[in-house]
Design a protein around this ligand. Structure first.
Ligand SMILES: [Zn+2]
Length: 296
C-alpha cells in the first residue's frame, strides 16, 4: 500500500475517534446541565461509547460495556436501561451511580451492557417530557401480537388518549425503540433491567419470579401494557425483565439506598441467571441472604 494511502486511512481513523469523543463530550454536557446529581466529569469518567443508535433528533444513544472475565463463561448477560421516559430524571441518574459502583468493583462475573439514557430527546429538551421527539411513549412502541388493535385501543380507552401514552402509529416506529430491539437481538441478554419512576416498587415480567426487594422497593406486579418493554421482552420473548420503579422522578434515593439496591440486584442476578443452571423459581427468599463478596 502506498504510504500516502495509509496516512489517509490513519488520519480518518483518528478523526473518527475524535468525532466520537466530541459527541460523547457534547452529550455529557447536555446531561450534566439537566441532572442535578450528575456533573460533566462524572458523565465523562464513565467512558461511554457511541453506538449506532440515534434519537429522532440525532442525539447519540450512549452505552457502556463491561466485559466478562476472559476465558470464562459469564454468569449472565445483563442489559440495563435508564431514561426510557424523558421526565424520569432519577432513572438516568441512578444508572450513572450504578456505573460508578461497577467501575470500581467489576470483576467480570457478568457481562453488562448499560444504556443510561434511551430517550435523550425527551430528557434534554427545554422542558423534559415522557415521550420522544415524535411524541411517542417508547414504552408502548414495542411489538406484540395484535399490537395494531390493542395498543391504540388501550390508549384511547384506558388513558383517554393522553398524549403522554401515545403508542405511535405502528410498533417500532421510533429509532430509539428499534435500536433497543436490535441491541436485544445482538446481545441476547439473560436479564433486562429497566429503570423508571415514580411508582416506588419493583415490577417483573418473564419466566420465574422477580427480586422480592431491591433496597426499600418491594416486588409489586403492576401488570403489563400493550407495547411495553416488559410485555415485549418478558412476556413475548421470555427474557426476565426487572423494572425498577424509583419512588420519585425528580429526587434521587440517598447514596446508601442506591448502593443497597445495587447489592440486592446483583445478589438476585447471581442466583437467577441461566448460566447458574437455576431455571426453577427462586426458593431462597426467606433464607439468610448470601454473603456477596463480588458486587458485580
Ligand atoms: Zn417510566
Amino acid at each position: 500500500m502506498k504510504r500516502e494511502a495509509l496516512a489517509v486511512i490513519l488520519l480518518s481513523a483518528a478523526v473518527g475517534v475524535a468525532g466520537a469523543d466530541t459527541k460523547v463530550t457534547g452529550e455529557c454536557d447536555r446531561i450534566a446541565q439537566k441532572l442535578a446529581s450528575i456533573d460533566q466529569s462524572e458523565c465523562l469518567n464513565r467512558a461511554l461509547a457511541i453506538t449506532r443508535g440515534e434519537s429522532v433528533q440525532g442525539a447519540p444513544i450512549l452505552l457502556k460495556e463491561y466485559l466478562p472475565m476472559e476465558n470464562r463463561q459469564p454468569r449472565g448477560r445483563v442489559l440495563l436501561v435508564g431514561g426510557i421516559h424523558g421526565d424520569e430524571y432519577s432513572s438516568v441518574s441512578i444508572v450513572f451511580k450504578w456505573m460508578s459502583i461497577l467501575d470500581e468493583h467489576h470483576t467480570g462475573l457478568f457481562h453488562w451492557r448499560i444504556v443510561p439514557l434511551l430517550n435523550p430527546d425527551g430528557l434534554l429538551r427545554q422542558e423534559a417530557r415522557r415521550m420522544n421527539a415524535h411524541g411517542v411513549d417508547l414504552n408502548r412502541n414495542f411489538p406484540m401480537p395484535g399490537w395494531e388493535d390493542l395498543a391504540p385501543r388501550y390508549w384511547v380507552e384506558q388513558t383517554n388518549s393522553s398524549p403522554r401514552y401515545f403508542p405511535g402509529e405502528k410498533p417500532l416506529s421510533e429509532p430509539e425503540s428499534r435500536w433497543l430491539v436490535d441491541e436485544i437481538n445482538g446481545f441476547s441478554p439473560d436479564v433486562i433491567v429497566a429503570v423508571h419512576a415514580p411508582h416506588g416498587v419493583v415490577d417483573y415480567d418473564g419466566p420465574r419470579s422477580g427480586p422480592r426487594k431491591l433496597g426499600r422497593l418491594y416486588l409489586n406486579l403492576l401488570g403489563t401494557f400493550p407495547g411495553s418493554l416488559g410485555n415485549y421482552a418478558g412476556v413475548q420473548r421470555r427474557i426476565p425483565v426487572v423494572t425498577v420503579e424509583l419512588p420519585y422522578a425528580g429526587t434521587m434515593p440517598r447514596p446508601a439506598e442506591v448502593a443497597e439496591m445495587w447489592r440486592d440486584l446483583v445478589r438476585w442476578l447471581s442466583k437467577n441467571t441461566p448460566a447458574q443452571g437455576r431455571l426453577v423459581d427462586e426458593p431462597g427468599f426467606g433464607e439468610k441472604p448470601d454473603q456477596v463478596t463480588d458486587p458485580s
